[in-house]
Design a binder for this molecule. Sequence first.
Ligand code: HEC
Length: 156
Amino acid sequence: MRKLLLVPTVTAVLAAAASCAPEPVEEASPIELVTSDLELMYGIISPNAEVVWDSVGTIVDDTGQNDFAPETDEEWEEVADRALGLAESANLLLLPERAQGRQVWIDTAVMMRDRAIRASETALLRDAEALLDAGGVLYEACVACHEEYLVEQTVF
Ligand code: HEC
């Protein structure tokens, strides 16, 4: 008997609570995409990536094989900063408006972010060989997304 009485009471309390609760308000996002995907690539991502990739390597000329890498503290820090810029710009790719729930897009952008962070760390450690490797695996993240979504490939 007690049980039967309890049920309507609980229901009534829940109903009262529901009617008092404020209506959930949809917060409008202040984020508005400024660039197209292509503008983001050319304006932010590519310039940062080029600094990382061009910072270390080997030039073969008349004098033979010459390895090069950043030399001064400023040069290493510049590479580390650009790689971090790249890592943060992966988050721009991950904005829901841009990612549109596409799984490969999300996975490759996360890959790009993690690998750019790795590149930055190698630059802070002034490790030219590790930076060369990190640049290579970073490139794979770019290609992985492009293979899936780039319709007309003109660069890579
Ligand atoms: C999550 C997906 C994604 C990742 C990761 C990505 N891109 Fe892109 N990228 C695109 C898309 C999409 C386009 C084509 C945009 C269009 O044509 O509208 C593009 C185009 C480009 C272009 C122009 C290519 C051409 O052939 O015209 C360059 C350059 C570029 N990306 C550089 C990079 C670099 C460098 C990286 C890695 C550091 C990178 N992208 C990582 C999605 C990505």
